[in-house]
Design a protein around this ligand. Structure first.
Ligand code: 5GP
Length: 217
């Protein structure tokens, strides 16, 4: 349905002028615009938490946080589920587990993909698993991760992705819960990095050309 792709940000969305919000002075000049303000991310995440609660609220849940980019979204999503759990008659016992994937250099995806911390996921057997990813681009990472997790025979696997890019060659592997559908642009902030920079930025922003140059390796 129309709700499945989340909040759709169109290709012609210019973002907000960076000076209309506060952001760290050490990044002044490095950012083109605020694409998604922090408050909007939080509001959308609260609603995703409710949708997850509605669907999965009758069983234990293992949250599988995909590091490093997913830490902030996972934390806020888990917080949202916890809030709902203590304010209603339904409550989900949750475990949180962390795995790390690495595939990017500068703003380009590289072929070789490593999973760190996923050696033995046998405790997923028979469990409801919620994979939490900050961003899905081509979908290759998610596809590979799903295959790996399926091998441990969970009862059910759902995926929450804060951002999904509209890309021409996506592998049609989409999250069940999507925060925002965004144009094919490289974004940073809210734990998303560019060569390890910009994780300490609350808003999701688009890099400026000078920002790209400054932190290129
Ligand atoms: P995919 O395998 O779906 O092409 O790529 C997914 C991974 O690429 C994400 O988990 C993330 O690490 C990285 N990625 C893709 N697009 C962006 C982006 O716009 N900004 C940042 N910081 N990382 C991205």
């Amino acid at each position: 349905t129309a709700l499945d792709c989340g909040i759709v940000i169109e290709d012609d969305w210019p973002g907000y002028n960076i000076d209309l919000f506060s952001s760290p002075t050490h990044y002044s000049g490095d950012l083109d615009c605020v694409y998604i303000p922090h408050g909007v991310i939080i509001d959308r995440t609260e609603r995703l938490a409710r949708n997850i609660m509605d669907d999965l609220g009758d069983h234990d849940l293992v949250v599988l946080c995909v590091l490093k980019g997913g830490y902030q979204f996972s934390a806020d999503l888990v917080e949202g589920i916890k809030t709902l759990s203590r304010n209603s008659n339904r409550s989900i016992p949750m475990r949180v587990h962390f795995i790390r994937l690495k595939s990017y250099l500068n703003d380009q995806s590289t072929e070789d993909l490593q999973i760190i911390g996923a050696e033995d996921l046998s405790f997923l057997n028979g469990k409801n698993v919620l994979i939490v990813e900050a961003i899905v681009d081509t979908g290759n990472t998610l596809k590979m991760l799903l295959k790996h997790v399926e091998g441990f025979r969970p009862k059910m696997i759902k995926v929450a992705g804060l951002l999904v890019k509209r890309v021409p060659h996506s592998v049609a592997c989409l999250p069940d819960y999507v925060g925002f559908e965004i144009p094919n642009r490289f974004v940073v902030g809210y734990a998303l990095d560019y060569n390890e920079y910009f994780r300490d930025l609350d808003h999701i922003c688009v890099l400026s050309e000078s920002g790209k140059m400054k932190y290129k390796i």
